[in-house]
Design a binder for this molecule. Structure first.
Ligand code: SAH
Length: 245
């Protein structure tokens, strides 16, 4: 049998948002390597597996990525069923493709399982449709955090007319605000700041581009949170409220 690793999305937090395919992979797992943002409640699907936390707080602070790669390789070569479980979707700011490439280069078969990404779940749970006929013709997922400090083309994003969903943006609110304002976005553009999306402790703060930094401070916004920036961020559809009530 070929050595194989499953790269699995655990979804945004709510264990009911796990896919059936993820549950199946967890059921078969001998080893489950989990990131910080994975809700431990999903581990009920792999009661006999060995659980290895490998997130930043999981004890591999120095060269985490190389360490994780080697662990996956070692266990897969031992014939173990390895599941690499990541928050949200493995390929949305999750380094899923990096890990898949590396494993494949080392002769390991990889199977990727999608998860529901935090931005989509957060918006839905707050009653925000990320696309809306006549209002938002698209949605752009971006991160404000880059390894090399390179900058996004914020002016293009400001003028693109799509809803922006920003990941890892909590510490960068002043820069995001400034860049979008300079790029031509209106100061009263609606913004929703959504913390702990899909979890019982989910909180949301509605604001505007101009006010979002001060509002986030007053609200004591903490990571993990996503920002939804665009006309749709003023929406609060009843369906979502009824479901979460
Ligand atoms: N692969 C993940 C994203 C990992 S990057 C996904 O698809 O969701 C980490 C960032 O994701 C956090 O800084 C935050 O911006 C966002 N995030 C992850 N889980 C979240 C949650 N439950 N609520 C709000 N934001 C979340």
């Amino acid at each position: 049998m070929n050595a194989k690793v499953w790269l699995v999305g655990a979804g945004p937090g709510d264990p009911e948002l796990l896919t059936l395919k993820a549950v199946k992979a967890l059921n078969q797992a001998d080893i489950v390597m989990i990131d910080d943002l994975v809700n431990p409640a999903v581990l009920e699907h792999c009661p006999t597996a060995r659980i290895m936390p490998v997130g930043k707080r999981g004890g591999c602070r120095s060269t985490p990525q190389a360490f994780i790669h080697r662990l996956m390789l070692r266990y897969a070569r031992q014939g173990k069923c390895v599941v690499r479980l990541k928050g949200g979707d493995p390929c949305i700011f999750g380094r899923g493709s990096e890990e898949a490439d590396w494993l494949q280069q080392h002769g390991i078969e990889v199977e990727m399982v999608n998860g529901i990404t935090a931005g989509l779940a957060g918006a839905t749970n707050c009653g925000i449709p990320l696309t809306l006929r006549g209002v938002a013709r698209g949605v752009t997922l971006v991160t404000a955090h880059t390894q090399d400090d390179s900058s996004l083309n914020w002016a293009a994003l400001a003028q693109g007319g799509t809803t922006l969903v920003v990941y890892m943006g909590v510490a960068k609110l002043p820069e995001i605000r400034e860049s979008l304002l300079v790029g031509g976005m209106r100061g009263d553009m609606p913004v929703a700041l959504i913390e702990n999306a899909s979890l019982p402790q989910q909180r949301e703060c509605r604001s505007s581009l101009a006010a979002m930094h001060q509002d986030a401070l007053d609200f004591k916004l903490k990571s993990p949170a996503i920002l939804v920036i665009g006309e749709v961020a003023s929406q609060q559809q009843q369906a979502a409220i009824a479901i979460s009530a």
